[in-house]
Design a binder for this molecule. Structure first.
Ligand SMILES: [Zn+2]
Length: 304
């Protein structure tokens, strides 16, 4: 049984996790473990597969945003087929290049789907990379599982009568983040730059920067209405009003951090000072986030 499962495992997973393979397989989700909610008619949210995954029913297969972790991908693929009634993936977005987004790339490739990502995401997937957010190293992803369509700033596509817009959020969570906006459904899939019940992770060694986090929230706040449903890469759904609140929080934080850095404070001092104290009850302990964004500033401002 384990041998059969091993053979099904994505090449992405093999390249990524190596020694942890067996332990992760034994924890792999079944289709019943995946939590499914209908966000809008024909649009579903799948949770517990390693990241939030959104899928829309289509006449010639589903449009899917992100793919969860490779070890949960078989269960997730089945859950998407059951919920959407679609036999195949037609279009897959990778909101960025972290392993939590890539579980369905193998399935999408097998289905002949278009895989859309920012051109920076494709660049990362071509190489072996390391990140403070990934154990060991990651990639390269096999060529046929990489994005087949990339863009620089923004793009759009028609899918079963819906115009779907997508755009780049530079230097936010990685250096290849994108959002997907279903304007007619008042639904925004925001990717890794946004956190709903926790602080977003900042991959500061791979291009993430506090200024990019601020800019991402400014860009998203300009897109949404107060009642827009917003789906981050992890955590509960949130609203357009939440994005506006977070934009203000991050704009103030960026100003405060610059002032503290000019006073000569290092990241341990910043974590101890905790300029995000007032938001702990909502988003939890910000120490890791503060440490990451302060390191992102040091890397940008302070010469070696
Ligand atoms: Zn990520």
């Amino acid at each position: 049984m384990i041998r059969r499962k091993l053979l099904q495992v994505s090449a992405v997973f093999m390249a990524t996790l190596g020694a942890g393979l067996l332990a992760n397989l034994l924890q792999a989700a079944t289709a019943d473990d995946i939590k499914v909610s209908e966000l809008k008619p024909g649009v579903y949210l799948f949770q517990s597969a390693g990241s939030n995954v959104v899928a829309m029913t289509g006449k010639d297969g589903a449009l899917v945003i992100d793919g969860g972790l490779p070890e949960h991908s078989e269960a997730l693929y089945k859950a998407i087929q059951q919920a959407t009634g679609s036999k195949r993936i037609n279009t897959l977005f990778n909101t960025h290049w972290h392993p939590e987004q890539l579980g369905l790339n193998q399935h999408a490739s097998r289905d002949g789907a278009t895989i859309i990502a920012h051109e920076q995401t494709l660049m990362f997937l071509k190489h072996k990379v390391s990140s403070p957010l990934v154990k060991g190293s990651f990639g390269p992803v096999p060529e046929k599982e990489r994005p087949s369509k990339t863009f620089k700033t923004e793009g759009s596509l028609e899918f079963d009568g819906h115009k779907i817009e997508y755009g780049y959020l530079p230097a936010a969570h990685t250096n290849g983040d994108l959002y997907v906006y279903f304007r007619d459904l008042n639904l925004l899939v925001a990717g890794g730059a946004v956190g709903s019940d926790s602080w977003p992770l900042v991959d500061f060694r791979n291009g993430a920067f506090i200024g990019g986090v601020v800019r991402a929230h400014e860009k998203l706040a300009a897109l949404v209405q107060a009642d827009t449903m917003v789906i981050p890469a992890t955590g509960r759904p949130m609203s357009g009003a939440d994005i506006v609140t977070q934009r203000e929080m991050y704009e103030k934080l960026f100003v405060d951090l610059n002032a503290l850095m000019n006073k000569g404070m290092g990241f341990n001092d910043i974590v101890a000072t905790n300029p995000l104290k007032g938001f702990e009850s909502r988003y939890g302990d910000p120490s890791v986030f503060l440490d990451g964004i302060y390191r992102s500033m040091e890397m940008a401002y302070v010469p070696d």
